[in-house]
Design a protein. Sequence first.
Length: 338
Amino acid sequence: MNKAHVLTGITTTGTPHLGNYVGAIRPAIAASKNPQVMPFYFLADYHALIKCQEPERVKQSSLEIAATWLALGLDTSNAIFYRQSDVPEILELSWMLSCVTAKGLMNRAHAYKAAVAENEQDESTDPDKGITMGLFSYPVLMAADILMFKANQVPVGKDQIQHIEMARDIAARFNHIYGEHFVLPEAVVEANGATLLGLDGRKMSKSYNNTIPLFEPEKKLKKQINKIKTNSLEPGEPKDPDTCTLFSTYQAFATPGEVAHIRQRYAEGIGWGEMKTILFEHINEHIAPARELYEALLQAPEHIETQLQEGAKKARDLSMPFMQELRAAVGISKISKY
Ligand code: TRP
């Protein structure tokens, strides 16, 4: 049986937080160990350039994100783990796809539409003010990421479903013109991933500025957990676990037996101070071994580089011959040095 290709990209801006871990990284790492699938996980560093024009940050963020995934136990013997920029065929494909993508389709992409809507708030500004071609064409690059490796399934957050649909449309258009070269991908919205709440009780998200970084040093982690908002009930008063951010966070890291025990403690009126200590100790214990590995990896970035180079080699073993096929399909000469 052919293995299903499961592919996802991580934009290399910012530092991974607990919400990213529980919602996306943890289920992806679990999936990387499944011998029935061929996972492709990559650092979308060319996507990062759309949002971030600080070279040091782009570089540092790629390193930190790679270290995060490796420290958490990504199985690189099964999964192909690479940096987008190490596979130049992706950019080449992006151009081929641009030439079959309707501009009108891109006009409907929400990231672009949101930027235009914001400009339109002020009648005197150009609706396209500050919008680069990178932002506008972002879904085409993402389609190239996906179609290059014939991904069947693309695990993504809800905000990305539209992009996968666009990748399907673009693939179908290309196939219609040039023959069946691409597999039509499907979005998979992570069912195993939990949504974590942030410090203020809203969804944990960089855009709300309410996140707890995943590999925060122990002391800082404790401080952050102490900042999680609770109500003002006193110790001894029974509390409702189901509307409590501390409880739902605990749940994302605990076994059903541990959760049942804490539920009981809420009914008995556990104090917020004690619950925060329990939560901190629990998360800290869960994360400490990976945090140690993470720190060690960042001290020895050459190990990270070696893994990424191996990943790039596996990726290019697929992308180079496929690009030759695609060049022939559109009437462009093959590259002879391959
Ligand atoms: N755009 C995605 C995000 O911001 C990251 C990404 C880039 C991606 N290329 C991809 C995700 C291909 C899935 C498939 O989350």
